[in-house]
Design a protein around this ligand. Structure first.
Ligand code: ADP
Ligand code: ZN
Length: 622
């Protein structure tokens, strides 16, 4: 196996970005780092802990895979998603990097071989499930190896404030206790501020630096449609994206099957996907979709994790998801190629009730509360009359608050009024209470209501007590929701749901920023009127590139079939697209395609160059 600067101590990386770039180029074929990747990598290589928050598709894996190559020892990756481990490991092996995984799916002999490789120091990366990590004796074995780095993937699973809490993850603090000098990098795509703090705390990280990449995906249009006539709307959506890829998320298996049948009946190349399908059928549907043989997938949320398909042109939510995190992750699967893509959420109160029903059955009262609070935020998003992107970004605590121009609210804005003074009253009450008020109590304070909670805490002595009694309690709730959506306030889930002021909120309080609000009457009127959506035009690759792209995809299919590997192990969609646009004429130009490293260039270069040359020849004749 080729070894790369493995023997050098990490300290030598202090100022040597060029060699990191070289490592990236050589092994992964990428020509540059994505935002934040280099900062994270350098930080980790200095032996320090990090929490990395990057949207799905942002390129989290490189943040630990590159350090794994640069460090002398082994990098252990803890991942809860057994199904994804194999893909990740195959991808690494496809790039000539020695990696393996350990989980419950392995045969005894396969596992023995891996242990042998570990003892011989032959592996750079080892993926393990948390169950396996805590299996008797496993950590002891690790202490005998030279571990350079721990990476905790899907780190939000450690937080009971997150949307997919995994109790096994809670034990991961053991890592820092047993390996105090080994850096830990925790990565997630979905964590609000509370969850982020919880991750660092629960893992026992030492002065971790938190890296947050932008969650903004300006090429995704955002829209919410009423749930009444979903089928008619879906016919229009698949019509305007005919022949292109899209995902429709449903909340039940039966729903996904029914919808797929209806689409097939009108001639759409559609199928369904859910957890009850057997593994073989699941991977067939998934592969067909990735290769573009299947256009529309009707799926439960079981679909999409780890799917790296760049040209998904639309994501529809037939039913409303239960959390903003989940929703954002799912729409994030559209438009990874950066080209315009459309997302639509159908909103009906029945869906809210379904979620409420599930929430009511949760035993743990603290967890139940979190689930309901998160559902509230999702519902408010669906009902909002504020730029939807602003809501999403402020949910993840980013501070971009300009209306986006690419959501249904921006395209058809409501009537606004200047709500700066109202906002200042509310924000000032929050500050004067030392941020101790949940929403309902804030309304009491603003209205001057001497409720028991108010009296117990002496809130009636706050200077702004009663400052908003000219506004109804209902209207205050509508306004406070808008302050949350605009990112002026946030909810501290881990601290009794108290409202906290954000930096943007402070700017408003200081009179540095105006606030536009929508009146409750306008909100009501707009929610009741039937929506007329203007269709969104979606552009694709140039016609010539598209033609070549189809041929490159066919070649990829053949090669993958020969190797008995999934197609993306050969090249990703994004790489093929770049290849179709660059059209390399020789192996040097081929190496310049994004996603082509040394290993793959020597393995597949000749075949793809030949295909491109043949395509050129045919075009010259025609
Ligand atoms: P995440 O885990 O954040 O969802 P991945 O690590 O799977 O994202 O990366 C998403 C895609 O971006 C993958 O196809 C990956 O190969 C690609 N990618 C990552 N880093 C780069 C880079 N620096 N240049 C080009 N492509 C990259
Ligand atoms: Zn907008």
């Amino acid at each position: 196996m080729e070894s790369v600067i493995l023997s050098e101590p990490p300290a030598s990386y202090g100022n040597s970005d060029p060699s990191l770039l070289e490592l990236l180029e050589r092994h992964f074929g990428y020509k540059s780092f994505r935002p934040q990747q280099l900062e994270v990598i350098e930080h980790v290589l200095h032996g320090r802990d990090a929490v990395v928050l990057m949207p799905t598709g942002g390129g989290k894996s490189i943040c630990y895979q590159l350090p794994a190559l640069a460090f002398p020892g082994l990098t252990v990756v803890i991942s809860p998603l057994i199904a994804l481990m194999k893909d990740q490991v195959q991808s690494l092996q496809g790039n000539g990097i020695p990696a393996a995984f350990l989980n419950s799916t392995l045969e005894f002999n396969e596992e023995r071989l891996i242990h042998q490789q570990l003892r011989n120091g032959e592996l750079k990366l080892l993926y393990v499930s948390p169950e396996r990590l805590f299996q008797l004796g496993f950590l002891d074995r690790l202490t005998e190896l030279n571990v350079s780095l721990f990476a905790v993937d899907e780190a939000h699973c450690i937080s009971s404030w997150g949307h997919s809490f995994r109790p096994e993850y809670k034990q991961l603090h053991v890592l820092k206790q047993r390996f105090p000098t080994v850096p830990v990098i925790a990565l997630t795509a979905t964590a609000d501020r509370t969850v982020r703090g919880d991750i660092a705390h629960s893992l026992g990280l030492r002065e971790p630096q938190v890296f947050i990449s932008s969650f903004d995906r300006p090429n995704l249009s955002l829209a919410v449609l009423p749930g009444q006539d979903r089928w008619r709307a879906i016919e229009r959506i698949v019509g305007r994206h005919a022949g292109r890829s899209g995902i429709i998320y449903c909340n039940s298996r039966a729903g996904s099957e029914k919808l797929a049948a209806k689409l097939q009946a009108i001639g759409v190349n559609a199928d369904f996907y859910h957890a009850k399908l057997d593994a073989l059928e699941r991977s067939r549907v998934q592969d067909d979709f990735i290769q573009g043989k299947l256009h529309v997938i009707c799926a439960t949320i079981a679909f999409g994790m780890g799917i790296d398909k760049a040209d998904v042109r639309f994501v529809v939510h037939y039913n409303m998801p239960g959390t903003v995190e989940g929703y954002y992750q799912e729409i994030g699967r559209a438009g990874r190629d950066g080209k315009p893509a459309e997302t639509i959420l159908f909103y009906s109160y029945a869906d809210v009730q379904t979620h409420m029903h599930f929430a009511e059955e949760i035993q743990d009262p603290r967890y139940k509360e979190v689930v309901i609070a998160k559902l509230d935020r999702m519902k408010e998003y669906a009902e909002a009359q504020v730029c939807r992107r602003t809501i999403l970004l402020s949910y993840f605590s980013e501070e971009t608050v300009e209306p986006c121009g690419n959501c249904d609210v921006c395209k058809d804005p409501p009537k606004y009024f200047d709500g700066t003074v109202l906002a200042q009253k509310a924000l000032s009450a929050v500050v004067r209470s030392r941020q101790q008020l949940p929403m309902s109590v804030l309304v009491d304070v603003l209205k001057g209501t001497r409720s028991p909670v108010v009296q117990e805490n002496g809130w009636e002595r706050i200077k702004t007590f009663g400052a908003g009694n000219d506004v109804s309690a209902f209207a205050w709730i509508m306004f406070i929701q808008q302050f949350l959506q605009l990112g002026l306030l946030e909810i501290a889930y881990a601290d009794h749901y108290h409202l906290r002021i954000t930096r943007a909120g402070e700017a408003v309080l200081q009179g540095e920023r105006p606030v536009r609000l929508v009146s409750p009457a306008t909100i009501k009127e707009r929610q009741e009127r039937p929506k007329q959506r203007k269709d969104v035009l979606v552009a694709g690759p140039s016609a010539a590139a598209e033609d070549l792209l189809a041929e490159l995809k066919a070649l990829r299919r053949t090669i993958a079939a020969d190797l008995k590997k999934p197609a993306y192990i050969v090249f990703s969609d994004a790489t093929l697209l770049d290849m179709a646009e660059k059209r390399p004429g020789n192996i040097y130009e081929f190496r310049l395609v994004n996603g082509v490293g040394d290993h793959k260039a020597s393995q597949f270069g000749a075949a793809f160059l030949e295909a491109i040359a043949a395509w050129r020849g045919r075009r010259a004749v025609n």
